[in-house]
Design a protein around this ligand. Structure first.
Ligand SMILES: Cc1cc2nc3c(=O)[nH]c(=O)nc-3n(C[C@H](O)[C@H](O)[C@H](O)COP(=O)(O)O)c2cc1C
Length: 178
């Protein structure tokens, strides 16, 4: 079995969840080939051979990230880096990383009804929404067979940390997909 996990992450929390999901899949299916790729590296060659495609990203403005929300998120991070280093230019520069929305535009349809699942990271507040719903809809539109309910993993603040226990929950969720 070949499993590919594709993630978008600004502050690293979704990357950590993606890695935990990969570990869970590997534990449940030790012979599986599991790769965990940031969205910028997830070419159609990388996803074409997957038997299981898992896609996740941060929740921004109740749903999937957009150009605007990524600029806002990166702006916060850059201001923080600049303050830390006392160099106003530090951390500046264009963010070349694509978001999941653009990535889905380039994702070829799967002919075979390949299995798939969607996850996100989100804050724990009323009406927080979740990116995973939009991700699951896009997977289904590309004819993926979405196996599980979209799942959200909780961050305590926008930049993290992840809530205690969420990495273990992600491992278990990943294992259950196999
Ligand atoms: C611009 C922006 C908008 C956000 N909007 C929401 C939101 O509507 N709902 C929510 O639960 N979290 C929201 N968050 C918090 C993100 O979910 C959190 O930053 C993300 O899960 C962290 O993942 P990452 O470390 O992989 O970037 C927002 C964060 C940013 C930067």
């Amino acid at each position: 079995m070949q499993a590919v996990i594709v993630y978008e992450s600004v502050y690293d929390n979704t990357r950590r969840i993606a890695e935990a999901i990969a570990a869970g899949i590997h534990e449940a299916s030790p012979d599986a080939q599991v790769s965990c790729l940031p969205v910028a590296e997830a070419t159609s060659d990388a996803t074409r051979s997957a038997d299981l495609l898992v896609v996740g990203g941060p929740t921004h403005m109740h749903g999937m990230s957009s150009g605007l929300s990524r600029r806002l998120a990166h702006g916060t991070q850059e201001r923080r880096t600049a303050r830390k280093t006392e160099d106003p230019a530090a951390g500046a520069g264009p963010d070349g990383s694509p978001g999941l929305r653009a990535w889905f535009h380039g994702l070829p349809d799967t002919a075979s009804g390949t299995h798939a699942a969607a996850f996100d990271t989100r804050a724990d507040f009323r009406m927080s929404g979740g990116a995973a719903y939009g991700i699951a809809r896009r997977l289904a539109r590309h004819h993926y067979d979405v196996l599980a309910e979209p799942e959200g993993f909780i961050v305590e603040e926008a930049e993290g940390p992840l809530r205690a226990g969420e990495l273990d929950r992600a491992r278990t969720w990943g294992a259950a997909l196999v």
